[in-house]
Design a protein around this ligand. Structure first.
Ligand code: ZN
Length: 484
């Protein structure tokens, strides 16, 4: 390893409290998650970051398959005329579309867009494939990349090209489409909380924040370590809007020709940004074991004849843990000191570090350090795999509990506009307030405080309140925050 590389690790990461956004970029770069590409706004996802994405894909894909969905792949290019079919959709996406106008030397007869999302293309195919109620439901997901021309970008959170999954389903009835939309929202919430240890608020978006062309958009919203919210996933009930625009029709049980009801839903590499900002600290990343590229790193203490004594035991421990399905990295490189390695693997957020030296070997034990609490303990060789398995699930649970507690401490409820302004200025986080349902009030709130309406949580009771902005009668309480 070059001296230059060593130096870059020795250099401190900007403390979170000093400059959160600098801290974020430092962590992304130093943990080798991603790097900037020659094209402005695009990022290269490096192997350590991509390994996290692979775990996200694997775990989500299982949940999709378990609920009856199948994967397919649709092309990257969409003809201009197709995008124009759904009016609200084209208005929503046109400003961010990348165009292909030439193929080799020839000007194209019809311009193509690089997909920003695939509703119109998928819908066009569904119009060909769906003939009868017997063909329904269609439950297809695709893992793909999309392009949205962004002016201000930040690795994982907002980039011109990003990776995601987009589900597209078609149903016989409005009820079934709504059921699917909510089923996926619950699936996303379960995944975010169980595997990413990231608590989320699941609810419905206001009309002004809904997906272009949707009847109703639901989202999961997480709270980041700087008190800003992150929309971590969305599920859209598209009603018959796309079915009518694209003529997706089927013969019903009563033989009458009718339009299908469709949904679409997605999460992206943005989740990785969410992970970093939910759990990380001044030493770098803290990864939940479920998606950590390495769950355990073993560092041999290089003393005396360690290669003949310590190293074989380290390898035996690695094999024992690997056999139990634990992802293990052994760092036996000789050019770096153990202290340097501790800092490096801490920076990369590995949940458990094990150290083994000649003295530990004599005592038949290994020394462990948790990344989340920094607790240290000696663990006997006997029963080690069981102890590590328990330790990893303890870390996973602790990260979720900690993030929940943080969210509770950063959520407040207000009833007057003065309180709202004070809460948004002083202590960022979620602020709950009654809202009349008007887009004007929502826009004014945003202009005056930078806060946006994140969502109205599912199961929110109807209230008889007064809108925090205009004082008119309000039937619901909404969750507001400054957001990414
Ligand atoms: Zn109002």
């Amino acid at each position: 390893m070059s001296d230059q590389k060593k130096d870059s690790f020795v250099t401190e990461i900007t403390p979170r409290s000093e400059d959160f956004s600098r801290w974020y970029l430092d962590v992304v770069r130093r943990a080798e998650m991603a790097d900037y590409s020659p094209v402005k706004g695009c990022m290269v996802i490096r192997p350590y970051g991509y390994a996290i994405w692979e775990h996200i894909q694997r775990l989500l894909d299982k949940r999709f398959k378990d609920t009856g969905h199948v994967n397919a792949y649709f092309p990257l290019f969409i003809p201009e005329s197709l995008l124009n079919r759904e009016k609200e959709h084209v208005e929503g996406f046109a400003p961010q579309v990348a165009w292909v106008t030439r193929g080799g030397d020839e000007e194209l007869e019809e311009k193509l867009i690089v997909r920003p999302t695939s509703e119109v293309l998928v819908g066009t195919m569904y119009a060909k494939w769906i003939k009868s109620w017997r063909d329904l439901p269609v439950l297809i997901n695709q893992w793909a990349n999309v392009v949205r021309w962004e002016k201000v970008t930040r690795p994982f959170l907002r980039t011109t090209e990003f990776l995601w999954q987009e589900g597209h389903t078609a149903h016989e009835t409005a009820e079934e489409a709504e059921e699917e939309t909510l089923k996926i929202l619950a699936l996303y919430k379960g995944f975010a909380e169980t595997e990413l240890a990231m608590p989320v608020v699941d609810g419905v978006k206001s009309d002004s924040e809904k997906f272009a062309g949707a009847s109703r958009t639901y989202s999961i919203e997480a709270l980041m370590g700087d008190g800003r919210a992150l929309q971590a996933g969305t599920s859209h009930n598209l009603g018959q809007n796309f079915a009518k625009a694209l003529e997706i029709q089927f013969q019903g049980r009563d033989k009458a020709l009718q339009h299908v009801w469709t949904t679409s839903w997605g999460v992206s590499t943005r989740l990785i940004g969410g992970l970093i900002m939910t759990h990380g600290d001044d030493s770098g990343l803290i990864l939940p074991p479920a998606v950590a590229p390495y769950q355990v790193v073993i560092i041999p203490i290089m003393r005396g004849n360690w290669k003949e004594t310590v190293l074989p035991k380290v390898m035996a421990i690695r094999d024992e843990l690997t056999a139990r399905g634990i992802r293990v990295k052994v760092d036996a490189s000789e050019e770096n000191s153990p202290g340097w390695k501790f800092a490096e693997w801490e920076l990369r957020g590995v949940p458990v570090r094990l150290e083994l030296g000649p003295k530990d070997l004599e005592k038949s034990q290994v020394f462990s350090a948790r990344r989340d609490t920094r607790e240290k303990a000696a663990i006997p060789f006997d029963g080690l795999a069981d102890r590590i398995t328990t330790l990893l699930s303890g870390i996973q649970a602790n990260l979720l509990a900690r993030a929940r507690q943080y969210r509770e401490e950063h959520t407040s409820e207000v009833s007057t506009w003065d309180e709202f302004v004070a809460a948004m200025a002083g202590r960022p986080g979620f602020v709950i307030a009654a809202w009349c349902g008007s887009a004007d009030c929502e826009a004014q709130i945003k202009t005056e405080t930078q806060a946006t309406l994140r969502n109205i949580p599912l199961g929110s009771p109807r209230i008889e309140g007064k809108c925090v902005k205009c004082g008119q009668s309000a039937g619901v309480k909404a969750w507001f925050a400054k957001a990414y």
